[in-house]
Design a protein around this ligand. Structure first.
Ligand code: SF4
Length: 412
């Protein structure tokens, strides 16, 4: 298994031709750009019209990895106008962006399993690998089929892969802080098996998961079978907690909440020190990406003086967006909306409830009623385009009886 086989049958295609990228950048700007958001950013992230203020976090929306992935997907269609183009799963976790790619006749392939859909691919087909990457089994399959591969995997994700491969080489089990079913974590877990399949991994999502690991390490955690059942689907094949919890190396899905990852690192290290009398069997590497970190820090900055209401815009399956919601919820009334249409009226906000795992309707927006001053905070995950942020800002003002023109005037 390898990302760069010595004699690849499949062709890694570089679609970044200057002539193509010029066209792509105009097209991407047309689909996702917002002059209002640019002006708002230039104005320091604050616009007040009458008694209504909207605050925009200092860092929000598209990250460099997402911008690159979208550019490459658009470029693929321009470089291969006639070919069939496929995409493993979703390019990023945003329904609007994925709908645009579908409109360009880029067809999504299953990402959970390599099923029969892959058998029909040929050397003439182009397959785009999303920003999260794909498991080695998928890459090997594409190679065996000889497809043209446009790989948009983010460099920050590949950094994590390098680290877990080193763990595997050194006989260290990777403890991956992430969601076992998330595309990126699945891709990372496959690299944690090492080049020759010699490595092992365990995926932990919550502090409760880590508690199960540390309790077992101390000999108080039930049977091996119970442990494996608790982590079903979240450990490497052949994982044996009596053997593979000896040396641990922590890595994380790039979009996790930093404070949680730090707590996990601390708990595992403390357990190893207690068990082994030192931390020689513990390694860690902070693999939260800079873009995720910047968005979390910027939100903490905005929340230093909490707004009356916080709107977090993004796809409901976006991990980094969900963590912004978790941060917001600790300080103010926070609503996770996929776009402006969820601000239905002053009586209703339809929003994703992280704890229930479904969209629910709340009457909280009544707080936007009346003449009194209102401050609304807005931020967005790394996969949310600026046009959706613009629509959200304008919808807030609209609900307060303020037209777009007045908002634009205020921004100069
Ligand atoms: S969130 Fe981070 S890891 Fe993911 S694409 Fe963006 S920069 Fe890359």
């Amino acid at each position: 298994m390898s990302d760069t086989p010595p004699n690849p049958k499949s062709e890694r295609t570089n679609v970044r031709r200057p002539d193509v990228m010029q066209l792509v950048s105009a097209e991407v700007a047309r689909h996702y750009h917002s002059s209002l958001v640019e002006k708002l950013r230039d104005a320091g992230g604050k616009v007040t019209v009458g008694n209504t203020t909207v605050l925009l976090a200092k860092e929000f929306g598209f990250c460099y990895g997402v911008e690159r992935a979208i550019d490459l997907a658009y470029a693929a269609r321009r470089v291969f106008p006639e070919q069939r183009i496929f995409l493993i799963g979703e390019i990023i976790h945003n329904p609007d962006v994925n709908a645009q790619l579908r409109a360009m006749d880029i067809v999504s392939l299953p990402w959970r399993e390599l099923d029969g859909a892959y058998d029909g691919l040929t050397e003439d087909d182009v397959v785009i690998v999303p920003a999260f990457g794909a498991p080695t089994s998928f890459m090997d399959k594409l190679e065996s089929l000889g497809c043209r591969v446009v790989d948009t995997t983010c460099g920050d994700v590949m950094k994590v892969w390098r680290r877990v491969r080193e763990y595997a080489r050194d006989g260290v089990t990777s403890v991956i802080h992430g969601k076992a079913s998330h595309e990126e974590t699945r891709a990372t877990a496959s690299r944690a098996l090492g080049k020759a399949g010699e490595g092992h991994y365990l995926v932990v999502l919550t502090l409760a998961d880590v508690g199960k690991v540390t309790t077992y390490m101390m000999g108080n955690g039930g049977t091996k079978e119970e442990f494996l059942a608790a982590f079903a689907g979240a450990h490497s094949p052949g994982f044996d907690p009596d053997i593979h919890l000896s040396k641990l190396g922590v890595a994380n899905q790039t979009t996790m909440l930093k404070s949680e990852t730090e707590a996990i690192q601390r708990l595992l290290r403390e357990a190893l020190v207690e068990r082994d009398g030192g931390d020689r069997n513990f390694s860690m590497f902070d693999t939260i990406c800079g873009a995720t970190q910047d968005r979390q820090d910027a939100l903490f900055g905005m929340l230093a003086e909490p707004p009356d209401l916080l709107l977090v815009v993004g796809g409901y399956n976006s991990s980094n967006t969900a963590h912004l919601v978790e941060i917001g919820e600790t300080r103010t009334a926070t609503f996770f909306i996929r776009d402006a249409s969820r601000l239905r009226s002053l009586e209703e906000i339809a929003h994703f409830d992280l704890h229930r795992g479904e969209e629910v309707v709340s009457g909280y927006s009544r707080a936007l009623l009346g003449e009194g001053p209102v401050r609304v905070g807005v931020t967005a995950g790394a996969s949310c385009p600026n046009n959706l942020i613009e629509e959200t800002v304008l919808r807030v003002f609209e609900l307060r009886g303020i037209a777009r023109e007045r908002v634009m005037e205020s921004l100069g």
